[in-house]
Design a protein around this ligand. Structure first.
Ligand SMILES: [Fe+2]
Length: 201
């Protein structure tokens, strides 16, 4: 198996973003990120339309997040864009399936294989509701471009934008909705099945 220099650029971008992040909640994931593993596989590129939001999202970044979003934008045609839900599952609105995607860099399915940490970015276009859902793994969302209204656990709904960090406890319901801007989040999962399908309701 071979790994390309471009893949290492993405791996470094994803690891450095977490390891250099000052937020205490992100630091809880530090050990898992630093010791993600040592194996990788090649992944077939897969396109989804949400990847196209990355170009305009760069204008909605800040100094801390621009480089990460630009790195993903530069490599977007080589990435494996995917979705966790299918139309027939009937758990998320059709508008979400039309306008969202994620690209994983570290996780159970690679390209950098880990059973400790899941890391990548997710993109949601404007006007999307991601209904409240939960999973066993604890999670970090860092808004790296755009904004959305988040509802996390028992907390009030909150409008979050670039640089904001959300920590989601294990099995805590969470969801969000975008309005006029697309949203790009950097995500981390640990301490649970890293490919568990979320439950809703
Ligand atoms: Fe989640």
């Amino acid at each position: 198996m071979s790994v390309q220099i471009n893949d290492l650029e993405l791996l470094d971008a994803v690891c450095d973003f977490a390891l250099l992040h000052p937020h205490p909640a992100v630091q809880k994931f530090r050990d898992s990120v630093q010791n993600w593993g040592d194996d990788w596989i090649s992944i077939e590129p897969a396109y989804l339309p949400a990847a196209d939001f990355l170009v305009e999202a760069i204008a909605n970044t800040d100094q801390q997040t621009r480089e990460l979003v630009e790195t993903f934008e530069q490599h977007k045609n080589r990435l494996h864009w995917e979705q966790s839900y299918k139309k027939e599952d009937d758990v998320v609105p059709d508008s979400m399936l039309e306008g969202y995607a994620f690209a994983e860099i570290i996780g159970k399915r690679g390209p950098f294989i880990s059973d400790r940490i899941r890391a990548g970015i997710g993109i949601w276009g404007p006007g999307i509701l991601y209904p409240r859902h939960q999973h066993q793994a604890e999670e970090i969302y860092i808004v790296v471009a755009g904004a959305a209204e988040f509802k996390i656990g028992a907390a009030e709904e909150a409008w979050l934008g670039v640089g904001d960090v959300v920590y989601v406890e294990s099995n805590s319901p969470h969801g969000f909705r975008t309005t006029d801007q697309s949203l790009v989040v950097y995500y981390l999962w640990q301490a649970g099945d890293l490919r568990q399908t979320s439950s809703f309701g």
